[in-house]
Design a protein around this ligand. Structure first.
Ligand SMILES: [Zn+2]
Ligand SMILES: [Zn+2]
Length: 287
């Protein structure tokens, strides 16, 4: 299956009608995934056969509102989504802050960022993703946040205060969160912010052996995306049980916990799908 990740901030006059039409299109192409439409734009990640994904991209390319969307594409064994959701939402990415992507910081291209990092220029990379995403992959020396949900970003602005007057570059998976996050930073007095165009995914496609280390978290059943380069895969995280290098997340089977934990294939049969805190005492002995 081919998997798409894309967004576009664009004024959509009749989001409800657009959502209905879009749902019919996605259903006719037997796509699965999550597509959100609001009056401010579209945000989607979906999967389908090569042929149907091509048809979908063409349909969006010909659409007066959605033409020009940049698609990030990857592969998956089977659909990495169980269902198709096409929903209308107040925001395409929930932040609940009165900042518009129209006030976003200017872009820095992956090539420009890579060159600046190679020259060891003075700049601070700000990771705008959640802690469990940054835990398995991030730019070397990036400032990461302990946030669990993007909508909590305003609470973490104080952590970023020291970088207010530094040269900063924000990044996220595909770029959509940075459109809002960079606008929020500007509003809070950050004087030199840029956002990485196309996010980690685009950077790693161009520079798989570059300054991004580890794997990229994705919000589908694959959970991690690797970018094979010439060098062997680098891991920056470890299995919670045997401590071997590992980027494989499982969702704790203990329903009240339901948290993500790192577990290698070898340890999965012993932990039986429970995180270290909720695994059986026998498993804890092995660990
Ligand atoms: Zn292990
Ligand atoms: Zn648990």
């Amino acid at each position: 299956m081919h998997v798409l990740l894309y967004y576009k901030y664009v004024d959509i006059p009749n989001a409800e009608q657009e959502t209905t039409k879009h749902r019919a299109l996605a259903q006719s192409l037997e796509l699965k995934g999550r597509i959100y439409i609001s009056s401010e734009g579209i945000n989607g990640t979906c999967s389908g056969t090569k042929e149907n994904i091509e048809k979908y991209k063409c349909a969006l390319g010909e659409h007066p509102l959605f033409s020009g969307i940049v698609f990030k594409e990857s592969l998956s064994d089977g659909h990495p989504f169980k269902k198709l959701f096409v929903r209308q939402r107040p925001e395409v990415v929930t932040l609940r802050q009165a900042v518009s992507a129209k006030e976003a910081a200017p872009y820095i291209t992956p090539e420009e960022l890579h060159a600046a990092l190679e020259r060891n220029e003075d700049l601070v990379l700000l990771d705008m993703r959640n802690d469990y995403e940054a835990a398995i992959g991030r730019f070397r020396n990036a400032k990461t946040l302990t946030m669990e949900n993007f909508r909590d970003l305003p609470k973490f602005l104080a952590d970023l205060e020291p970088y207010k007057h530094r040269r900063t570059v924000t990044y996220c998976t595909g770029g959509i969160r940075c459109e809002r996050a960079s606008a929020l930073l500007k509003l809070h007095g950050f004087t030199d912010v840029r956002q990485l165009e196309g996010g980690i995914v685009t950077y790693c496609e161009k520079f798989p052996d570059g300054f991004f280390e580890g794997s990229c978290f994705v919000f589908d059943d694959r959970m991690t995306l690797r970018f094979p380069g010439k060098l062997p895969q680098r891991f920056i995280s470890n299995c919670n049980f045997c401590n071997q290098p590992c980027d494989r997340y499982l969702d704790c089977r203990f329903q009240p916990c339901h948290s993500l934990f790192l577990c290698c294939e070898a340890c999965e049969p012993t932990c039986e799908g429970y995180c270290k805190m909720h695994a059986t005492p026998a498993t804890q002995c092995v660990a």
